[in-house]
Write a protein that binds this ligand. Sequence first.
Ligand code: NAP
Ligand code: MG
Length: 470
Amino acid sequence: MKAHDGMYIGGAWRPAAGRDRIEVVNPADEQVIAEVPAGSADDVDAAVRAARAALPGWAATAPAERAALIGALRDVLLARKSEIAQTITAELGSPLGFSEMVQVGAPIAVASSYAELGASYAFEERLGNSTVLLEPIGVVGAITPWNYPLHQVVAKVAPALAAGCTVVLKPAEDTPLTAQLFAEAVHEAGIPAGVFNLVTGTGPVAGQALAAHEGVDLVSFTGSTAVGKQIGATAGAAVKRVALELGGKSANVILPGADLAKAVATGVGHVMNNTGQSCNALTRMLVHRDQYEEAVSLAAAAVATYPSGDPTDPATRLGPVVNAKQHERVRGYIAKGVEEGARLVAGGPDAPHERGYFVAPTVFADVTPEMTIAQEEIFGPVLSILPYEDEEDALRIANGTVYGLGGAVWAADEETAVAFARRMDTGQVDINGGRFNVLAPFGGYKQSGVGRELGPHGLAEYLQTKSLQF
Ligand code: NAP
Ligand code: MG
């Protein structure tokens, strides 16, 4: 596949400072499809300098003009949609239809939302005898994961640019080609040199250098809780702002009286989409004791409609997981579930195909709240179904993890579902199958993170206040 042998810094592709390389692997067939440079601290330094140099001009650009350039960026992403989707499928393994509709469709919608919000947002407010100015925080260091390689980038870069910040991006080493296409789109859209900069590389080298760089004012990270804690500590020590979008173990609570068949089918789809590699995946399904066995059979039937295989084949609904490490890790969790006494009703730890990092769509019943598979983020196509006795029991189980990112409640009516959702310790709850909304704040309670992305709340993360008293 096409790849740039350089970093996008100061509006041009420049050779990397060192010689280290990253091999990009197609997880469906384990073949190397491209190589990109692995950036060093020197590349990060050059990128941060470029972003700093561009900051005064960009911060002083009228919000409507910045917003118009985000609109132009959206137009380029739209025009290059199928090329980007093919690249995401090649380096991540998500089925092509999903890549087009969700992996590229969602970020186009997010870019559109910031093209509008950036122009209409009130960057000034009046409070008594004060005028409060909402000013850009400065240079943003963005560190993103591989699971939604374009969306996670756009969810940081679009609001940062709308706010008047400049950005250095360090994307996941597994999905650098999508990030390179994004940099091309930024260039094609006519966004001024240095406003957006890309350094490909590994987390411990380029990521760490970016998080620690004194020229970075805000570190925005999405990924694992383990790395998020380190980044939070690094940023805290330097009194730098930090936004962390971390893991989850979200509960899908089906209350008595809900449409059980619809709730189970939707819930299974939510976990199987993107091969379970969504931070807000509803991986714990909570069902009342009286309906439990019925829900388990419905779930087993539903996963049978997710054939795995070549992600470019339109019949495929389940791609591989992203890499060999995740392949081992996810199947290790499945083995652990069996070992701890959960009942396997579909799937299992064996790889279903000889080649590629495939995991069988897996459903566990008789899962208890303390089991490892009910507590830790698996990040694979694995659903746990837990029985509850009554609403209080369901709430205790739903809230009984260190995480609080997503969630869902199904009930006979919206009022009952909303009453339950109010008591959940989590950042988002889908009511009776409510759909994803690009304007709704996205982020975690507890160890699922700090700060919010998307919509006006996401824009506010990139601003700092100055108050003038009259
Ligand atoms: P990760 O290591 O947290 O990766 C996220 C990003 O952080 C990547 O760009 C990574 O670079 C970078 N990074 C890693 N170590 C760093 C460091 N010391 N300093 C600065 N940046 C660093 O996640 P992962 O290893 O890819 O996945 C492990 C687990 O994390 C998954 O199984 C899943 O549970 C969770 N996860 C959650 C999300 C989410 O959306 N919440 C997304 C992905 C993964 P490299 O790509 O080079 O490692
Ligand atoms: Mg990693």
